[in-house]
Design a protein around this ligand. Structure first.
Ligand code: 4AD
Ligand code: MG
Length: 443
């Protein structure tokens, strides 16, 4: 049953005149009582198949003539070079077998344009029928881009001898503040879904020194925005003996590596999405500038934005700031009051912490948050007390400081956000197969 040739191979290879067996799904059909043109789709592309009644016989001809879009079929035939058809080849059909028909009792608008039309701008329709929407060329393209982004993150860290390390998803405390914690009943107790791998990675930092992961993180984000999911994919790293500057160099390194990987693996997809390859090339090649938080606030105030020192910068402000950027920018040295307890105070001025956010251009905003960690037990206890957080849930974390603590740091990168920015998607849910937000856990 295994498949031995893909449509992409036929379109790009040298199979002219060859007899092949193609397996896939019907994307479109048209024709007359004597000849049918079937556009066949598989995961690698499409090809037009030409079926003549004379060649395939009445029974097969009727079956393909009545097959609905998305029926699965096996088609045998001869590859023919045809400059006029999409991809440059067509298949002259010798036999057709319908494998999985589409139930005519469940008529459904499953072409891309029909789905978009039926959506009527609602999008809920596309989300409700996600398994079909995934088959459209736009979603297929997004999912291929996504796969390359994941691959690029793994190769960046593995090539530098980082160890992939896993942390629990059920946890006892917050990392990024209590307001976005998901509470789950846990055998008569309360547990939470993790917001970040970080604290458990810090616990393993003295063992592994260079660690990374790509894993889901969970945030009970009540508001629905273009950048927030309740379950998102989080690429995080932690590194011993590193300063904020050194951690930022890895953030810059991984983002540039993602951009260059997309250029080499997915230029066809980038073009199909209307992306400018030169722009993606700039993200791969140009150093990312650094700017202190204070300067960003001044720029915003200069633009008449209502922002005061000490506030974290939300999307509306980042958007304004990044409209003038042509590559991602780091913002560093946020006020201590704007960031969680684990951020290390700046030893030269304790109003600030040694941290960074990386803001993507094109009005996108934050894609990375990270920095140096508070690494002495004394300082951690003081920061928790300042925040009014009880140290109980964090005892394992505090302990790591009293057994040979060292300076260290790390960051988290929102993988879905990076996919969304680099593919030019309007909304983060366009780049994840089954998006989760405050209103949706199905399908
Ligand atoms: O800035 P955040 O909250 O930082 C942390 O979680 C740190 N503990 C990471 C670390 O240092 N190991 O989240 C990191 C990144 C953000 O910059 C953003 O890209 C993404 O995670 N992110 C989200 N992506 C999609 N939906 C959400 N609700 C997200 N919340 C954060
Ligand atoms: Mg952040």
């Amino acid at each position: 049953m295994a498949k031995d040739i893909w449509i992409g191979d036929v379109q790009n290879g040298d199979h002219d005149g060859a007899e092949v067996e193609l397996k896939g799904w019907v994307k479109r059909t048209r024709g007359s009582n004597k000849i049918r043109f079937v556009v066949l789709r598989d995961s690698t592309g499409t090809i037009q198949c030409v079926a003549k009644r004379d060649a395939v016989g009445d029974e097969q001809f009727e079956s393909i003539a009545s097959a609905l879009i998305e029926s699965s079929v096996i088609i045998k035939g001869t590859v023919n070079v045809d400059e006029r058809s999409d991809g440059g080849h067509e298949l002259i059909v010798s036999s057709i077998e319908i494998i999985g028909p589409v139930d005519p009792e469940r008529p459904f608008p499953i072409t891309e344009s029909a789905m978009k039309a039926a959506d009527g701008g609602e999008t809920e329709f596309l989300l409700d029928n996600r398994h079909l929407y995934l088959r459209t060329s736009r979603m297929t393209t997004m999912l291929k881009m996504r796969s390359s982004v994941f691959g690029a993150i793994h190769s960046y860290f593995r090539d530098l001898d980082f160890i992939e390390y896993q942390a629990p998803n059920f946890v006892a405390g917050a990392v990024e503040g209590g307001s976005t914690l998901f509470e789950v009943p846990y055998f008569g107790r309360k547990a939470y879904l993790t917001q970040s791998w970080q604290l458990y990675a810090e616990a393993a930092m003295p063992a592994l020194e260079r660690l990374y992961t790509i894993a889901p993180s969970f945030r009970a984000e009540k508001s629905r925005t273009r950048r927030h999911l309740t379950e998102f994919w989080h690429a995080e790293m932690e590194i011993a003996w590193a300063t904020n500057e050194e951690v930022m160099a890895h953030g810059e390194g991984v983002v540039r590596h993602i951009a260059s990987t997309l250029l080499s693996e997915r230029s066809t997809e980038l073009e199909a999405l209307g992306r400018d390859l030169e722009l993606i090339g700039r993200y791969a090649d140009t150093p990312f500038p650094r700017m202190r938080y204070d300067e960003a606030v001044e720029i915003l105030q200069g633009k008449g934005v209502d922002v005061s020192w000490g506030q974290d910068l939300d999307y509306s402000k980042e958007k304004i700031l990044t409209q003038d950027f042509d590559v991602p920018h780091f913002l560093t040295h946020y006020p201590k009051i704007a960031k969680p307890f684990y951020h290390r105070e700046d030893p030269t001025d304790d109003k600030y912490v040694l941290c960074h956010d990386l803001l993507a251009p094109e009005g996108y905003g934050e894609i990375i948050g990270g920095g140096e960690r508070t690494w002495s037990e004394e300082e951690i206890l003081a920061r928790l007390a300042e925040e009014g957080t009880s140290p109980e849930a964090y005892q394992f974390y505090i302990d790591t400081r009293s057994y040979g603590g060292v300076p260290h740091g790390g960051f988290g990168l929102g993988v879905d956000r990076v996919c969304s920015w680099l593919s030019g998607a309007d909304h983060i849910r366009e780049v994840i197969p089954f998006p989760r937000d405050s209103r949706r856990v199905t399908p």
